[in-house]
Design a protein around this ligand. Structure first.
Ligand SMILES: C[S@@+](CC[C@H](N)C(=O)[O-])C[C@H]1O[C@@H](n2cnc3c(N)ncnc32)[C@H](O)[C@@H]1O
Length: 244
């Protein structure tokens, strides 16, 4: 259940300015920088979210709503789907997309900070996040707050499904992946968006983010009982499923 007053975030919003400046061309940039693979990766994430037919699903850091909308389209039943993000411009795009491509589905978008989720304890059967877990955990002083909130609103036995950039296991492919981040992701993201800081941050954080094994260890340490990983595109990204 949503509480009536989500209140103010607990201790600031370290990346907020980045995500309120880029929404206009955000989807286009995602397709360009992932060479068109982002939608397929979200589809796999959506299928992992739907595996146990969850009744209530939360897409945190939903951005322009693609994971939540993909879940709504793939579900063979009508789960209650909520997309939450703290960037109002992103949410407006999400709501417009859902009204045309997820008509008749039980889907809504709300403005909320993961540091203070406006839901009662154990409300959701499943939480998904696409390409934003890095934002919540890479050099972010609020990481423990975010993890506590995610665990609080997820039911015992519920799934937390993450798709995120990762590190290819082969040193040679990892070298190529880091080159691609530097020579393709940063310049193309910057050129199309005009926001140098946002895409420098993306390339730098992706280069230094966890490998699949490190991520599994991190999730277990955070308090999840199990954490599995499915590598995508030679390990450049991965879908993780963690069970509370
Ligand atoms: C890289 S985008 C990913 C968007 C979307 N999930 C996707 O697949 O394209 C990161 C999103 O996380 C949101 N975000 C970052 N930190 C957040 C926080 N603490 N609370 C809520 N939203 C947050 C940003 O506003 C942005 O929309």
């Amino acid at each position: 259940m949503i509480s009536s007053d989500p209140g103010k975030p607990r201790t600031g919003r370290p990346l907020y300015h980045i995500f309120t400046r880029i929404p206009d061309r955000y989807d286009l940039i995602n397709h360009v920088i992932t060479l068109g693979m982002d939608n397929g990766w979200r589809r796999q994430t959506a299928l992992a979210c739907l595996q146990d037919r969850p009744a209530r699903i939360l897409d945190i850091c939903c951005g322009t709503g693609d994971l939540a909308i993909t879940i709504a389209k793939l579900a063979q039943y009508t789960p209650e789907i909520t997309g939450a993000d703290y960037s109002q411009p992103m949410l407006e795009i999400a709501a417009a997309k859902a009204s045309s491509s997820a008509k008749g589905k039980n889907i809504r978008f709300i403005n909320a900070d993961v540091a203070r989720l406006p839901f009662s304890d154990c409300y959701f059967d499943c939480i998904g996040i696409s390409f934003a877990f890095r934002n919540l955990t890479y050099n972010n002083p609020l990481t423990p707050t975010y993890l506590n909130e995610i665990l609080r609103v997820l039911k015992p036995g519920g799934r937390f499904v993450i798709v995120e950039s990762s590190q290819p296991t082969s040193p040679f492919i990892r070298f190529l992946d880091h080159l691609y981040l530097k020579l393709w992701v940063f310049p193309s993201g910057y050129l199309i968006s005009g926001n140098k800081g946002a895409y420098r941050y993306l390339a730098e954080s992706a280069r230094n983010f966890y490998s699949a094994e490190e991520m599994q260890g991190f999730l277990l340490k955070a308090g999840f009982k199990q954490a599995t990983a499915k590598r995508l595109f030679f390990g450049a990204a991965a879908v993780y499923t963690a069970i509370k």
